[in-house]
Design a protein around this ligand. Structure first.
Ligand SMILES: [Zn+2]
Length: 156
């Protein structure tokens, strides 16, 4: 079991350092979360009906047209994992189904530049509430301390 624990710790350390690199979150133009650190940027946005819209942007956050990207997502909800398939709609990729009930679960978004490209995975911790500071959805919060496990319940 020791090795398993070691691996788990190493993975945790990796994730922690990767998070530290993302000092300033980029605000997604639709109000969603930018998953990428480099362009082309990928935005994860949850609509009011809880379907997910994935949009692509250039360096200046100007929308870029779809060119065969393939997106799938897995919502790791407490009630069980739900796989979401995406279809093209108004120049973006929209999930065919809505996110499962509740929040505070991870959504793994898999993006492929085209059908035969290597997939890139992005993890989003989905929180339904609105951040009191930046007024964005919590999963897309762009406050400076975002990602450091900031606690919005605590008042300064
Ligand atoms: Zn915020």
């Amino acid at each position: 079991m020791k090795t398993t624990q070691k691996i788990a710790f190493m993975l945790f350390a990796l994730v922690a350092s990767a998070t530290a690199l993302l000092a300033k979150p980029i605000p997604g133009p639709k109000g969603g979360r930018i998953l990428t650190t480099d362009s082309p940027h990928v935005e994860f946005f949850v609509e009011k009906d809880r379907t997910v819209t994935v949009s692509f942007y250039d360096k200046a956050l100007k929308p870029i047209a779809l060119s065969g990207q393939v997106v799938t997502a897995t919502a790791e909800a407490k009630s069980g994992k739900v796989n979401l398939a995406f279809t093209e709609k108004n120049g973006a990729l929209v999930s065919k189904a809505a996110l499962p009930e509740g929040d505070d679960y991870t959504v793994v978004v898999q993006v492929r530049d085209n059908a035969s490209a290597k997939p890139k995975n992005y993890r989003v911790l989905f929180h339904d509430e609105v951040c009191g500071e930046c007024k964005r959805a919590e999963y897309a919060c762009v406050c400076d301390d975002a990602g450091k496990g900031h606690d919005h319940e605590k008042k300064k």
